[in-house]
Design a protein around this ligand. Structure first.
Ligand SMILES: Nc1nc2c(ncn2[C@@H]2O[C@H](COP(=O)(O)OP(=O)(O)OP(=O)(O)O)[C@@H](O)[C@H]2O)c(=O)[nH]1
Ligand SMILES: [Mg+2]
Length: 632
């Protein structure tokens, strides 16, 4: 378990850690010279029975609060240090605010330098501290008088810290470690240290650095200061990393080492923000702030989503617009400090790491954030009932560090199902099916002669307007279930067939055979009429009707081609891969100059080809205008 110290400068944090572990966590030359802690220090004590206490020792100096913040991330419990000689001081309050804003509710207060105070003073200090804790997450925490000088209370404190036990946070999910140091060990290479916030990291794992995206392989690792094969959530680890572009300069404090699934840097987390009551003044929209998340520290602005001001002591929704990308997941705690970095002003919890750049204050988005602000088991039932009606399962899992199986389980518990990467409530799927079927039915009723609707027309005609890829998934489901049939480019209901009279049917059978046989140079209406002894107007009407059904296309007046043949000709033209002449096209089709030119002029009119002088080329977007090209 990892305990983080907190408290005002000179109140005896480092001395206490040394009394508890025997290790002096002040390792920098400058720290020794000035007698203060500047950067984070680490110390471990093995209790011999397999149990171990790990400490992150932080500086109390007001100028190094940013370092304290990098250390406070990922700890299991707080050890708030208050000098019995001095009592509560500014950084006692600020560090406690930070502990509170990080949501750390496990901790103990050490009343240090007890050797310098008498019993009455100690009781008085304890009463003051109790009052101070009352409004925080450490309310009711034990206060233990100790002395690093004469050893008073040290064993009791150690026992009480051990009794707190590990928090067990982040045991499931993919791996993420917040980097707080990076250095090169000669003979070993690049080493990063930090706390594993979730999942586990094993030797040989291939991971990524967020936000840079650099690849890294774990060559070896230490967990809690001992060589190990695996480092788990809650443990401090040192990873020896290798990778093609890895070096000390490419990694810095604030980066995350993550499983590839979790590499999704963001610069716009949407959060619930709480302004400290001690601020007095309201926070204005677009205020500049220092943002601390994990071990990262970046600048950004607060975009308030509900009002133009947030009152002191109040909480509200906001988007943090950051100057740089960071790794952030839903539930991560963020500390905000004022622009001159002299005080902590607010805390925030990430609701959605991927806030939208536009329409972030729309009613729809606020409703979504309202649903996303719930814990995992409650979020999906709310989210899936929103107007949008679906979730993207990968994004959802990523933003909350849930494995796909876990997302599926939550979805089923919420009465939902997955469909091609989207999640819906079963009732939403049923309603979508009804909508699709009803819309097609209404269309067939109004246009009995038409073959059906093209997908995009169907999408925009539905009662509920789905985004195109979601609609595609919903439609494919109906096609698989045979609730909707596909005929070339058209969709229709299974019962809908176009009936020709027996006489027309017989004529069409002969004509279509000719259209297949002479597919690139089909006979014209008059030729069919003569060959088959049918009146010309009747033959023309039949072909017009079949054209409305999408079976044939009138490429030139009275000259019809089968639709798949037109698709084939488009792909033949496209296969040139360059500008081509009418003569080249004719040679491919072997159908004579006149017909070839009629076809190309038809393509020109419909935007399938663009013409430059005597040459043409196919517009790639129009390749499937007449349906998929038949396989060669
Ligand atoms: N008498 C007495 N002095 C102590 C005790 N603990 C620490 N000190 C002294 O207090 C001074 C500050 O102790 P540190 O442990 O460096 O204080 P700190 O809280 O780590 O200070 P920063 O890290 O700079 O915030 C040192 O001179 C210590 O010797 C104690 O229990 N009794
Ligand atoms: Mg210190």
């Amino acid at each position: 378990m990892i305990v983080g110290t907190a408290g005002h400068i000179d109140h005896g944090k480092t001395a206490l850690v040394k009394a508890l572990t025997g290790v002096d966590a002040d390792r920098l030359k400058e720290e020794k010279a000035r007698g203060i802690t500047i950067d984070l220090g680490y110390a471990y004590s093995d209790l011999g029975d397999g149990r171990q206490l790990g400490f992150v020792d932080v500086p109390g100096h007001e100028r190094f609060v940013h370092n304290m913040l990098a250390g406070a991330t990922g700890i299991d419990a707080a050890l708030l240090v208050v000098s019995a000689a001095e009592g509560i001081k500014p950084q006692t309050v600020e560090h406690l605010q930070i502990v509170d804003l990080l949501g750390l509710d496990r901790g103990i207060v050490a009343l240090t330098k007890a050797d310098l105070a008498d019993d009455d003073q100690i009781l008085e200090r304890m009463a003051e501290i109790e009052t101070l804790l009352d409004a925080t997450s450490l309310k009711g925490a034990e206060i233990i008088p100790v002395s690093a000088l004469n050893g008073q209370g040290i064993d009791e404190l150690k026992a009480k810290l051990l009794a707190l036990g590990e928090s067990g946070k982040g045991a499931t999910g993919y791996a993420r470690l917040a980097v707080d140091r990076c250095f090169v060990l000669s003979g070993t290479g690049v080493v990063v240290t930090g706390t594993v916030h979730a999942g586990e990291i094993k030797v040989d794992d291939r991971l990524l650095l967020t936000p840079s995206g650099l690849e890294a392989r774990v060559r070896s690792l230490h967990a809690q200061n001992r060589p190990a094969q695996v480092g788990r959530a809650g443990e401090r680890c040192a990873l020896n990393l290798t990778g093609p572009r890895l070096n000390k300069e490419a990694i810095r404090r604030g980066d995350w080492v993550v499983s590839t699934e979790l590499h999704v840097p963001t610069d716009r987390p949407d959060v619930r923000l709480k302004l400290l009551a001690s601020e007095g003044q309201p926070l204005k929209h677009w205020s500049p702030v220092h943002v601390h998340l994990g071990s990262a520290h970046v600048m950004g602005r607060v975009a308030l989503l509900q009002d133009s001001n947030l009152a002191a002591g109040a909480s509200g929704l906001a988007q943090l617009v950051l100057d740089e990308k960071v790794g952030a997941l839903a539930g991560d705690r963020i500390i905000l400090r004022d622009p001159s970095a002299t005080r902590t002003i607010a805390g925030a919890t990430v609701i959605d790491p991927f806030g939208p750049p536009r329409n972030r204050r729309s009613e729809r988005r606020l409703a979504e954030l309202g649903a996303l602000g719930n814990v995992d088991t409650a979020v999906l039932p709310k989210l899936l009932r929103l107007e949008s009606g679906f979730i993207e399962t990968t994004r959802f899992g990523q933003s909350r560090n849930l494995r796909p199986a876990e997302v599926d389980r939550l979805l089923r518990e919420a009465g939902g199902e997955t469909l091609e990467g989207y999640g819906f409530l079963a009732e939403t799927l049923a309603a979508a099916r009804l909508d699709i079927v009803d819309t097609l039915k209404a269309f067939h009723q109004s246009k009995a002669d038409a073959p059906g609707l093209q997908p995009e027309r169907l999408r925009v005609t539905l009662k509920k307007r789905w985004p195109a890829p979601v609609f595609r998934a919903l439609l494919d489901r109906e096609v698989r279930a045979k609730a909707v049939m596909v005929d070339g480019p058209f969709l229709h209901l299974p019962g809908h067939s176009l009936t020709l009279t027996p006489r027309d049917e017989a004529l069409w059978k002969k004509i279509s055979a000719d259209l297949v046989r002479e597919r690139f140079k089909p006979p014209r209406v008059r030729d069919f009429a003569q060959t088959y002894g049918a009146p010309e107007p009747e033959t023309r009407k039949l072909l017009q009707r079949l054209a409305r059904l999408g079976r044939v296309i009138e490429v030139a007046p009275d000259q019809y081609f089968l639709r798949p043949v037109v698709a084939e000709m488009v792909s033949i033209a496209h296969a040139f891969g360059r500008d081509f002449s009418a003569a080249e096209f004719r040679d491919k089709l072997d159908n004579g100059r006149k017909v070839a030119i009629l076809i190309l002029e038809f393509f020109d009119r419909h935007g399938v080809t663009v013409r430059r002088g005597d040459l043409r080329r196919v517009v790639p977007q129009k390749l499937e205008q007449y349906g998929p090209a038949p396989k060669a």
